[in-house]
Design a protein around this ligand. Structure first.
Ligand SMILES: Cc1cc2nc3c(=O)[nH]c(=O)nc-3n(C[C@H](O)[C@H](O)[C@H](O)COP(=O)(O)OP(=O)(O)OC[C@H]3O[C@@H](n4cnc5c(N)ncnc54)[C@H](O)[C@@H]3O)c2cc1C
Length: 426
């Protein structure tokens, strides 16, 4: 059996993205022991993935520098898969770890929403952020023809990054309407710091076709993607490409907060003004509380860190700054609602659960997520429903009503490391 490590922190922070880093640093000011746990090999989360290696100074450098100089203990490559009664159980490549804590801050971030369409499982069709993450990890995309599709501002960030890597971005296909996109651009310029960012982005994207009312209908190829058929303002056309990077905005990673018993509101973790959840002593910051971007994640993380270490006055100082960035949550919600046509893309034989090969037709025979799981094994594979559950929620209107341990597939020896007194909860 693998060894079981034991760790104890006054404050444990799960997730080392911007929200988690800011929370850990704020909490560290108190002199208490702070643990920052993340499943990636390095801190940074989604937006700062790979940035710690970069020679070029960026907004992230200041945070990495502070983190390196702080007393925060970073626990890398370690994925928390169970939580109960004040204890977390996590797994890394070589061991399981039991983590106990006084206070807990959950900063588990978000992931992309994928919607099924014919051909979406072909090699080289991938998430927009997924392609960016691969490129940041070394995938050579220079000279490749890339279509970027779906919805949300991430498409623009990915297009700019892909171009910077030498890729030829053939088109950005945004499903929202032109008026909503225009209103989004206008409102974002009123958020502090965003006008300059928008100008920079527009410059970096110059010349790339950016089509609204446009989405992928099908992807084609023999062994891998060769072309994508798109619908654009009611007309379909086919575009040859090497990659289709496709994501329909972000959804919060709420599985761990849910397992901790935190109450949700409209699909997000409910928090008070100090970022405390419905469970006393458990805080949450960043995307699980609302998709609002980097600046909101940072300031909410700081508030959580101070509040968790009883520095309410320092936390209160940041309330007005947070309020300025909280507007972004609403702006994004209003700008990128998913259009009903996207529910009709999948054909009967299109896979919805790609881990367990469950087709759209098989799912239509059921009336709830639970029924689909029990009878068709939908969501029972390695991703544990992370991809297909939100898709099924959108396609069929099902409520995803439970989260079960382990949160991720783990070794039997890691399951044995769950403390016997912390019984699994639904
Ligand atoms: C794929 C992707 C790409 C993005 N790219 C950009 C971009 O280029 N530009 C931009 O402006 N915004 C981007 N965003 C949005 C950006 O991530 C957010 O705006 C914001 O920075 C989120 O910060 P966060 O700390 O809340 O979450 P994240 O940065 O997502 O950090 C959360 C961290 O928690 C870890 N984690 C989650 N659950 C566990 C667990 N159980 N155990 C251990 N670790 C766990 C995750 O691996 C991750 O490292 C992207 C988002 C996604 C999903």
């Amino acid at each position: 059996m693998d060894s079981v490590k034991q760790l104890r922190f006054d404050v444990a922070v799960v997730g080392a993205g911007p929200a988690g880093i800011a929370a850990a640093l704020a909490a560290a000011d108190s002199g208490k022991t702070i643990g920052l746990i993340d499943d990636n090999p390095a801190a940074g989360g989604q937006i700062w993935r790979g940035a710690h290696n970069s020679a070029q100074p960026s907004a992230s450098s200041i945070w990495f520098d502070r983190l390196n100089k702080s007393a925060v203990q970073t626990v890398r490559g370690t994925r928390v898969f169970h939580a109960a009664q004040g204890e977390l159980t996590a797994e890394s490549d070589d061991s399981a770890t039991q983590i106990s804590y006084g206070k807990l801050i959950l900063a588990t971030g978000a992931r992309e929403l994928f919607l099924p369409f014919p051909g979406w499982t072909l090699p080289n069709v991938m998430g927009a952020g997924g392609l960016q993450a691969l490129a940041k990890s070394g995938l050579d995309i220079s000279g490749k023809r890339i279509v970027i599709a779906g919805t949300g501002p991430l498409l623009l960030a990915v297009a700019a990054y892909a171009r910077q890597c030498g890729a030829k971005v053939v088109a950005i296909c945004e499903q929202t309407t032109r008026p909503l996109m225009a209103r989004f651009a206008l409102k974002m310029t009123l958020v502090p710091g965003k006008a300059a960012e928008a100008v920079r982005l527009a410059y970096n994207l110059r010349g790339i076709p950016h089509w609204t009312d446009c989405w992928p209908v099908a992807a084609f190829g023999n062994r891998r993607l060769e072309s994508v058929r798109i619908s654009r303002q009611g007309q379909t056309s086919e575009i040859e490409c090497d990659y289709l990077a496709c994501g329909f905005h972000l959804i919060p990673n709420i599985e761990l907060p849910r397992m901790c018993g935190c109450r949700l509101e409209n699909g997000f973790v409910e928090v008070d003004e100090y970022q405390q959840t419905s469970i006393a002593g458990t805080f949450c910051a960043g995307e699980p509380t609302g998709i609002g971007g980097l600046e909101l994640a940072l300031v909410a993380g700081e508030i959580a860190g101070y509040a968790a270490t009883n520095w309410e006055d320092r936390a209160r100082h940041l309330f007005s700054k947070r309020a300025r960035y909280q507007k972004v949550v609403r702006i994004l919600q209003d700008a990128f609602p998913l259009r009903p046509e996207l529910k009709n893309l999948a054909r009967p034989d299109t896979l919805v659960c790609r881990c367990e090969d469950v087709s759209h037709q098989q799912l239509r025979e059921h009336s709830s997520w639970r029924g689909a799981k029990l009878h068709a094994r939908c969501g029972m594979g390695p991703c544990q429903g992370r991809v297909c559950a939100p898709a099924a929620q959108f396609l069929f209107g099902w409520e995803i009503d439970s989260v079960r341990p382990p949160l991720f597939p783990v070794r039997c020896s890691s399951l044995a490391a769950i403390p016997s007194h912390s019984a699994p909860r639904n």
